[in-house]
Design a protein around this ligand. Structure first.
Ligand code: ADP
Length: 451
């Protein structure tokens, strides 16, 4: 378990299973039955496979692992016979652990699968039969992983089958610090490295991302001929993992580069001008392989588990700030704001339909979320008439936020010009440089006013 960082609650649930595999007699003496299986639920890359392996390692028993999709083949009956074989092998080797990854590939609710997918159904039935058939006293524990628990067949989840559900969430700040520590154990790092700062900069990342970041940083250090990883390598790796590689060569023309610079500084200025937002860490207008032409990187000061209405509103204004800056400066707009518009609309919609933050619609739930651990599809739960009104309200709110963004920026055009100019020269600037220019311009203006 030492290799699995964070996830303390999940580890606690699984420790009991390990103990059961070690001394089943203790449990049987009292008449307790142990769960036959546990379902590990959570987003991809959070360490579900790792946890299952850790259970096997701790219990010191054989580990059988198979992916749900590998059961299901073209020919009917193959999957079922594979399940039979697996359980036969396992019962010969008991005590042992069977791990089925992506169990949703076979365990999908039989209702939701249209039109005689009999192969999947047979495989599932066989699995259910096997699970009922074996006796826990032999010491077989079945672990399965999924990131779509809501699609699973109810029969799989009933007591006596996967009766335990272990939630493996995205790591919080401490979890990320611990994960970074685990993965940097064998990496030589110099004294500039601050893993807490790195953890703060990677809110929302899962264990697999963090492992990747450490490794990319190590590769960068090697590439530049150094023997130790520095904090700058690590921060660079974060950008590499989330935004892609920097594109080499002169990609943008002068005019386009100018537009991108104003766009990004527009976002950054609104961060500085509003309360309730996170400070700017870096602004860059170097295009990246994952499609961004530039971005503003904000870093949390503290881990957050919820957001207030005021914070969300400030975020929407910030998000629309890029387009606002373009319009104010160039009196024309570009396609560059597509992502911003998508994101702002999503936030406004969620505030109205899910968080009860709209005066007009009050506390009524208008949307539900499906696929919590994957794409989070929202599904409307209201009449068409209400939906049309929601759309109208979203449009109003977005307009209000956009007007606010334009108003704030138009009062600080000198700062916008100065910072954009500097950014065009440097291409990447730090939050500190940004704030220095901002304060200098603002102070100069105040002095002029006073005179
Ligand atoms: P999942 O099965 O949830 O999709 P994996 O268990 O396959 O994720 O994780 C992939 C990799 O990410 C692991 O091999 C490990 O290097 C890293 N990782 C994920 N979560 C953690 C964690 N909690 N602690 C340490 N490493 C982790």
């Amino acid at each position: 378990f030492a290799d699995v960082a964070g996830e303390d609650e999940a580890k606690e649930s699984l420790t009991e299973m390990v103990d059961f595999l070690h001394n089943p007699k203790k449990y049987m003496a009292i008449g307790a039955k142990l769960p036959k299986g546990a379902l590990l639920v959570g987003p991809p890359g959070t360490g579900k496979t790792l946890l299952a392996k850790a259970v096997a390692g701790e219990a010191n028993v054989p580990f059988f692992s198979m992916s749900g999709s590998s059961f299901v083949e073209m020919y009917v009956g193959v999957g079922a016979s594979r399940v039979r074989d697996l359980f036969k092998q396992a019962s010969e080797m008991a005590p042992c652990i069977i791990f089925i990854d992506e169990i949703d590939a076979i365990g999908q609710s039989r209702d939701s699968v249209r039109g005689g997918d009999s192969e999947r159904e047979q495989t599932l039935n066989q699995l259910l039969a096997e699970m009922d058939g074996f006796d826990t006293s032999k010491g077989i524990v079945i672990l399965a992983a999924t990131n779509r628990p809501e699609t699973l067949d109810k029969a799989l989840l009933r007591p006596g089958r996967f009766d335990r559900r272990v939630i493996v969430e995205k790591p919080d700040l401490q979890g990320r610090i611990d994960t970074l520590k685990v993965h940097s154990r064998n990496v030589k790092m110099d004294e500039t490295v601050d893993l807490r700062e790195l953890a703060l900069a990677t809110a929302g990342a899962v264990g697999a991302d963090l492992a990747n970041i450490i490794n990319e940083a190590a590769l960068t250090a090697v590439r530049s001929g150094r023997s130790m990883v520095s904090q700058a390598d690590l921060i660079g790796a974060v950008e590499l993992v989330f935004a892609g590689k920097e594109k080499k060569g002169k990609l943008l023309g002068d005019q386009e580069k100018k537009v991108v610079a104003y766009h990004e500084v527009g976002h950054a200025l609104l961060v500085a001008l509003q309360k309730h937002t996170e400070p700017v860490q870096r602004i860059t207008i170097v295009p990246r392989t994952m499609g961004s032409l530039g971005y503003v990187w904000q870093v949390l000061e503290e881990e957050k588990y919820m957001e207030t209405k005021a914070e969300l509103e400030a975020n929407i204004v910030t998000t629309l700030g890029g387009r606002a800056a373009e319009e104010l400066k160039f009196e024309s707009v570009t396609t560059g704001a597509a992502n911003d518009i998508e994101q702002a609309t999503k936030t406004v919609r969620a505030m109205i339909t899910m968080y009860g933050m709209s005066d007009k619609f009050g506390l009524m739930q208008l949307e539900t979320v499906q696929g919590k651990y994957l794409d989070r599809n929202a599904v409307l739960q209201c009449s068409d008439k209400t939906a049309a009104k929601v759309d109208e309200e979203i449009r109003n709110q977005l307009k209000k936020a956009y007007d606010e963004a334009k108003k704030l920026l138009s009062e600080h055009m000198n700062a916008l010009d100065a910072i954009a100019q500097y950014l065009i020269e440097k291409e990447s600037i730090t939050g500190q440089e940004f704030m220095d220019i901002f304060n200098r311009v603002e102070n100069a203006e105040q002095n002029v006013e006073q005179e």
